[in-house]
Write a protein that binds this ligand. Structure first.
Ligand code: BGC
Length: 375
């Protein structure tokens, strides 16, 4: 009997130890610190450390990526994404650094769309259009945060409950993004969006990258590959004209790698209208990696893998040195580039583009990965 008690006791101890060590595992991989408060809600800074010791920082203000610290080919680590030192920086900043953008990422012409014969009107924050979900879109909200437990990698889930008609979009919408930071330096972003009423959805992450280290020079010497055979040309207000233009023979052909600076200054109509690259590419979606950025000087590589039909290449054409980020770094003209995976801009008004209708019957599920490495 005593033996049996001893045996059961040991099983219980082992079981409890197993539970607590498994619970602690995820906790040690993610630490949480106070980052201030906004709108009566607590804002935190989350530090995710993977088995390599490489670090990603996130905040639940705008569900944003704050830092990505990864090595160059000599093993020297640097933060390669844009972020602010403090919550006040985020509150004052206007360029969506690392944020999750919704309910409709990118532009909607004249801030109007019709769904099921009802016309909806959005705020015009990028005259004459509505940009990135409006002035008080999801990038400017405090999301609920949960550090996931029992996961193999550090992972944090952010949730935003968007009330019906907020920023003009129909539906009580629940948006979730889970950031997973794997031991292979993949930042996997899994999105799930549900609604109780028919609506539209386009969600992206708006991280800016500079593979030299953020704030260190421009991105004109970054080599870019985008597996896209066409892009969507824009009008002077950056709304797609509806044309899908083949990239063949244009400065938009990145199907083989090209330096950003190689053709950005060409007298090509779309480069003039965009003040550089600020365009949606129609992804071929045939190979695993949809886009790649390589910095020959440091050897750093960023790969983008997505299930979305498009990606916006934005070369920081509106950056002007007025934003100061982490470590006092000043973000100058074209000092960062974005690869915003997405549905095509203005899709609610363009019947020929893939549908962006969100229904109560079918959640919107999507995944995009930023994978960091060296060559
Ligand atoms: C847009 C740019 C805009 C930028 C704002 C990009 O997604 O395409 O035109 O200036 O976001 O940071």
């Amino acid at each position: 009997m005593r033996k049996l008690n001893l045996f059961l006791g040991s099983v219980l101890v082992l079981f409890m130890f197993g539970i607590s060590s498994c619970g602690n595992k995820a906790k040690e991989m993610v630490t949480t610190e106070n980052f201030g408060s906004f709108d009566g809600k607590e804002v935190s800074l989350f530090t995710l450390t993977n088995a390599k010791g490489d670090v990603v920082k996130l905040t639940n203000y705008g569900a944003a990526i704050v830092e990505v610290n990864v090595p160059d080919r000599n093993g020297d680590k640097a933060n390669i994404t844009f972020g602010y030192e403090t919550l006040d920086g985020y509150l004052a900043g206007d360029a969506y650094f690392g944020k999750v953008v919704g309910q409709y990422a990118n532009r909607i012409a004249k801030g109007k769309f019709t769904l099921d014969e009802v016309e909806y009107t959005l705020a015009l924050n990028n005259f004459p259009n509505s940009l990135h979900g409006g002035p008080a879109g999801w990038h400017s909200r405090v999301w609920t945060a949960e550090v996931l437990k029992g996961t193999d990698f550090p992972a944090v889930k952010f949730t935003y409950n968007k009330p019906d008609m907020e920023e003009g979009y129909p539906g009580n919408v629940v948006a979730e993004v889970v950031y997973n930071w794997t031991d292979d330096n993949e930042l996997i972003m899994d999105y799930k969006v549900t609604t109780d009423r028919r609506s539209v959805i386009n969600i992206t992450n708006h991280a800016y990258f500079n593979l030299h280290g953020s704030g260190n020079g421009d991105i004109l010497d970054h080599e870019v590959l985008i597996r896209a055979s066409a892009f969507t040309p824009v009008d002077p207000t950056l709304i797609p004209t509806g044309e899908l233009r083949p990239v063949e023979g244009t400065p938009f052909d990145f199907r083989t790698p090209h330096l950003i600076g190689e053709r950005i200054g060409e007298e090509y109509d779309q480069l003039i209208l965009g003040r550089g690259y600020d365009h949606n590419f129609v992804l071929d979606n045939v190979e695993e990696v949809d886009a790649e950025v390589y910095d020959p000087s440091t050897g750093r590589v960023l790969q983008v893998i997505t299930d979305q039909p498009g990606v916006q290449l934005y070369t920081g054409n509106f950056l002007d040195g007025t934003q100061t980020g982490r470590g006092g770094k000043v973000y100058q003209y074209r000092s960062g580039l974005c690869l915003e995976t997405q549905h095509f801009p203005d899709s609610p008004n363009q019947a020929s583009f893939p549908s962006v209708i969100l229904t109560p019957e079918e959640p919107f599920l999507s995944s995009t990965t930023y994978k960091f490495g060296v060559r």
